[in-house]
Design a protein around this ligand. Structure first.
Ligand code: ATP
Ligand code: MN
Length: 430
C-alpha cells in the first residue's frame, strides 16, 4: 500500500493508502469512531464504522491516546463535511507507540507552560499553521531574489567587530581574540555587491535586546539584499515588490493555514503598490497630532510605530530621517545633508518596522569622517573603506525581518510564536 501525505490526499480519491502519523484527537459515537490524524503536512479525519461492537478495530481504537504514533491504512473518500474535504475509511491500524500523559491537552494552558513545552507545542494546530506560513515566507523570499538574478552570499556569523551599535552585541571568544555574533550581514554584502552586482544574504542575526517587547527576538532571521548602483528610490521599489510577492505567495499557497489562524485574508489582499510614503519631517507633526510626545530629531519608538501604522491599512514607508539618529554609513540627502537617505517600512496593524534600509555612503572621505564622528575605531573598518577606494559606486539595500513579517501575516500578537525555538530575554530552553 502506498504511503502518502495528508496534503496530497486529493490525488488518491477512492484508492487504498497508508498514512503515517500521530493521533491528534479521537471521538466516538454509536457505531462510528473518528481519529484526527496528523502527519506533519496536515490533519485528516479517519473513520471506523462497524455494526459489531466487538470489532477488533474498535478495540485498537480504544488504546489510542493523544500523540500515539501509528500507521493507518484505508481508502480515501471525498467528504465535503470532513476538514480538508477528504477522509480515510480505516481498514487497518498499526500502533507504533502509545503516548502516555501527553502534557499539552486540549484544555487551555498558560503561555509559560507552553513555552516550556515548545518542543511539543509545535505539534498543535495553530503553531503548525504559523510555521507553515513561515516556511512559505522563506521560500517566497528565496524565489523572489533568485528569480531576479540576485546572488546568494552567505555572510559570516562570527565577526571581529560591531557593525552598528555595540549595546546589543553578543561577545564570544575566538581563540585568543574577541569576536561578536553577527547583527547584520550588510557591511559584508556591500563588498559582495561590488563583486556580484546584486546580492542577498539570508541568515540569523543576534541582538542582545535588553528590553522585553513583543517585536524583538534575541535571535531572528533577516534577509538583506544589496545592489550596486541602486538609489534609495530603487531600494524602496525592491522592498515593496518583495513584500507584495510574499503576500501573494502566502495568500495562494497557505490560505488554509490563514483560516486556521482566523486571519482575515482581505486585510492582506487589499495591499497594493505604491505604499503610502512620508518623510520624517512630515511624520513627526502627524505623530504629535495623534498624541505622541516625540520631539523633532528623536527616533521612533514602539508607540510611534504603532500610531503611524494605525493611520494606514497598508505598510507605510518613512524616509529621510535625521542623520544623527541613523547608522554611520547612511548616505546624506544632497539637498538636505542633515537628513539620511534611509527608509523604514512599517507593517500595518501595529506590527512595527519590517524593513530598515537605504542608500550607503560611497564617498571615502565622508565615510571616514562619519566613522570618527561616531567614535568608532578606524582599524576594523579598513576593508570597508577600501570598498570606497576601488571603483566606488552609489549602492543601497535593506534588511527585512522574517519573524515580524510572519507575525503580521498570521495576525499573531507576539513574535515568539513565529520561529520554532524562540530565543527570548529570559528564555533559552528548550
Ligand atoms: P527596531 O527599531 O524595531 O529595533 P531596528 O531598527 O533595530 O528595528 P534594523 O537594524 O533596521 O532594525 O533591522 C532590519 C529589520 O530586522 C527590522 O526592520 C526588523 O524587521 C528586523 N529586526 C530587527 N531587530 C529585530 C529583533 N530583535 N527581532 C526580530 N526582528 C528584528
Ligand atoms: Mn533594534
Amino acid at each position: 500500500m502506498k504511503w502518502v501525505y495528508i496534503e496530497d490526499l486529493a490525488g488518491y480519491q477512492d484508492q487504498d493508502v497508508e498514512i503515517r502519523g500521530w493521533v491528534h484527537n479521537t471521538r466516538s459515537g454509536g457505531r462510528i469512531r473518528f481519529i484526527i490524524i496528523r502527519d506533519g503536512t496536515g490533519f485528516a479525519q479517519a473513520t471506523i464504522f462497524s455494526k459489531d461492537e466487538n470489532d477488533p478495530l474498535f478495540k485498537t481504537f480504544d488504546r489510542l491516546t493523544q500523540e500515539t504514533s501509528l500507521i493507518i491504512r484505508g481508502r480515501v473518500r471525498e467528504d465535503k463535511r470532513a476538514p480538508g474535504g477528504y477522509e480515510i475509511s480505516v481498514a487497518e491500524i498499526e500502533i507504533i507507540q502509545v503516548a502516555v500523559d501527553y502534557p499539552i491537552t486540549p484544555k487551555e494552558h498558560s503561555t509559560p507552560f507552553l513555552m516550556e513545552h515548545r518542543h511539543l507545542w509545535l505539534r498543535s494546530r495553530k503553531q503548525h499553521a504559523v510555521l507553515q506560513v513561515r516556511a512559505e515566507v522563506v521560500r517566497a523570499i528565496r524565489g523572489f531574489f533568485d528569480d531576479r538574478g540576485f546572488r546568494l552570499m552567505d555572510t559570516p556569523i562570527l565577526t571581529p567587530s560591531a557593525c552598528e551599535g555595540t549595546t546589543t552585541l553578543f561577545e564570544t571568544k575566538y581563540f585568543d581574540q574577541a569576536a561578536y555574533l553577527s547583527q547584520s550581514g550588510q557591511l559584508y554584502n556591500e563588498a559582495t555587491a561590488a563583486a556580484f552586482g546584486k546580492v542577498y544574504c539570508f541568515g540569523p542575526a543576534f541582538r542582545a535586546e535588553k528590553s522585553k517587547t513583543r517585536r524583538h527576538l534575541i535571535e531572528f532571521w533577516m534577509v538583506e539584499p544589496e545592489v550596486a548602483f541602486a538609489t534609495l528610490e530603487d531600494t524602496i521599489e525592491l522592498g515593496q515588490d518583495l513584500i507584495l510577492f510574499i503576500l501573494e505567495r502566502v495568500l495562494t499557497k497557505r490560505r488554509a493555514d490563514l483560516a486556521e489562524l482566523e486571519r482575515d485574508p482581505s486585510r492582506l489582499e487589499s495591499i497594493t503598490k505604491p505604499f503610502p510614503r512620508l518623510t520624517y519631517d512630515e511624520a513627526v507633526p502627524r505623530l504629535q497630532e495623534k498624541g505622541s510626545a516625540i520631539k523633532y530629531g528623536e527616533d521612533f519608538g514602539a508607540p510611534e510605530e504603532t500610531i503611524m501604522s494605525d493611520l494606514y491599512s497598508s505598510p507605510v514607508c518613512i524616509t529621510h530621517f535625521p542623520a544623527g539618529i541613523k547608522a554611520f554609513y547612511m548616505q546624506p540627502d544632497a539637498a538636505r545633508p542633515d537628513l539620511a537617505l534611509g527608509v523604514d517600512v512599517l507593517a500595518p496593524e501595529g506590527y512595527g518596522e519590517i524593513i530598515g534600509g537605504g542608500q550607503r555612503i560611497h564617498d571615502p572621505a565622508l565615510l571616514e569622517r562619519r566613522i570618527k564622528e561616531h567614535n568608532l575605531p578606524p582599524e576594523p573598518y579598513q576593508w570597508y573603506i577600501d570598498l570606497r577606494k576601488y571603483g566606488s559606486v552609489p549602492h543601497s539595500g535593506f534588511g527585512l525581518g522574517v519573524e515580524r513579517v510572519v507575525a503580521w501575516i498570521c495576525g499573531i500578537k507576539h513574535i515568539r510564536e513565529t520561529i520554532p525555538f524562540p530565543r527570548l530575554l529570559y528564555r533559552i530552553y528548550p
